[in-house]
Design a protein around this ligand. Structure first.
Ligand code: NAD
Ligand code: LMR
Length: 333
């Protein structure tokens, strides 16, 4: 009797902890290592993989890894996509083309805007309650694209839409630790704004090393860290492995918050009140995550004069990038 009650309680607890995570673009440079990391996350119980090519192959490969989660790859059809995202708690979108040397992230807009729009439509229709994590660039525009797609279908929830800017935070932490000879795990750098060039604003004045805010080379390295990788890959794409780690970290933070952990904070690009008075509807800042996604958007806090200037430069570009995404959906619904 007691045993069966304990069993029942254990079952209902584990039932609540079931987490389906879908990756759209799962066979790509980011998609594959991201899916690998998610397969190793014990909080993920069902991994659903979709790509226009190769999804089932990646899934078959990952399914031999001896962790408990199930893995399924879906056919590249509308029905396959719908089935993949249906019932998902989290959907990640790394689908889209990456940069080549000499390109800006905005140069990817013409190709990636329609890819993200169409995937967002499928999520809006088949998994409107999922937390949607957008990795595809230009993030400053693809996130507003998703919002517009959701609004048009009456299912927009600003608490569940995230632009993944975690890689900027990861880079800032690593670069600082290299300069200071510290362990990166102790270097928690807030990065605000957006995810491209001058829209990326690291706040070293709030870190363990406030002196670094006047280190223009370091600030520039964080802002243009992506270019470093694009150049080194020499035409073969952009950051994939570090991005997979950053995407897996963001997904894990949301899963931890969903499981009831308190105080889970990640900087991420969300529908934000912080600069709405200046016509900027999306902004990355520290966000406390909760079971429903965004729990609380934290203020930027005190920043120094050099950082004020960086924010000023960020806002102009960011506004244009956001408007470009909104206009795209209005003209190409
Ligand atoms: P990739 O070309 O290696 O992989 C992209 C994958 O998307 C491919 O497998 C492709 O088949 C798939 N795909 C294309 N259209 C699709 C569709 N309609 N539905 C499903 N899958 C589709 O590129 P990558 O290196 O993995 O980069 C992907 C995107 O992520 C790029 O836009 C890149 O700029 C961006 N990125 C963002 C960050 C960030 O910090 N947010 C970091 C790195 C890269
Ligand atoms: C990055 O920051 O590495 C990504 O946004 C990819 C890129 O184009 O730089």
């Amino acid at each position: 009797m007691l045993a069966s009650r304990i069993q029942r309680r254990a079952f209902s607890a584990s039932a609540r902890n079931l987490s389906k995570v879908a990756v759209l673009g799962a066979a790509g440079g980011i998609g594959q290592p991201l899916s690998l990391l998610l397969k190793q996350n014990p909080k993920v119980t069902e991994l659903a993989l979709y790509d226009i090519r190769g999804g089932p192959g990646v899934a078959a490969d990952l399914s031999h890894i001896n962790t408990k989660s199930t893995v399924k790859g879906y056919e590249p059809t509308a029905a396959g996509l719908a089935e993949c995202v249906k019932g998902s708690d989290i959907v990640l979108i790394p689908a889209g083309v990456p940069r080549k040397p000499g390109m800006t992230r905005d140069d990817l807009f013409n190709t990636n805007a329609s890819i993200v729009r169409d995937l967002a439509k499928a999520v809006a229709e088949s998994a409107p309650n999922a937390k949607l994590l957008v990795i595809a660039n230009p993030v400053n525009s693809t996130v507003p694209i998703c919002a517009e797609v959701f609004k048009a279908r009456g299912v927009y929830n600003p608490k569940t839409l995230f632009g993944v800017t975690t890689l900027d935070v990861v880079r800032a932490s690593r670069f600082v630790s290299e300069i200071k000879g510290t362990d990166p795990k102790d270097e928690n750098i807030t990065v605000i704004g957006g995810h491209s060039g001058v829209t990326i604003v690291p706040l070293f004045s709030q870190s363990n090393h406030p002196d670094l805010s006047s280190n223009a080379d370091l600030v520039k390295r964080v802002q243009f860290g992506g270019d470093e990788v694009v150049k080194a890959k020499d035409g073969a794409g952009s950051a994939t492995l570090s991005m997979a780690m950053a995407g897996a970290r963001m997904a894990d933070s949301l899963l931890r918050a969903a499981a009831g952990e308190k105080g889970v904070i990640e900087p991420t690009f969300v529908d934000s009140p912080l600069y709405k008075d200046q016509g900027i509807d999306f902004f990355s800042s520290k966000v406390e995550l909760g079971p429903d996604g965004v729990k609380q958007i934290l203020p930027v806090g005190e920043i120094d004069a050099a950082e004020e200037k960086l924010v000023e430069a960020c806002l102009g570009d960011l506004k244009k990038n956001i408007e470009k995404g909104v206009t795209f959906v209005a003209q190409n619904p």
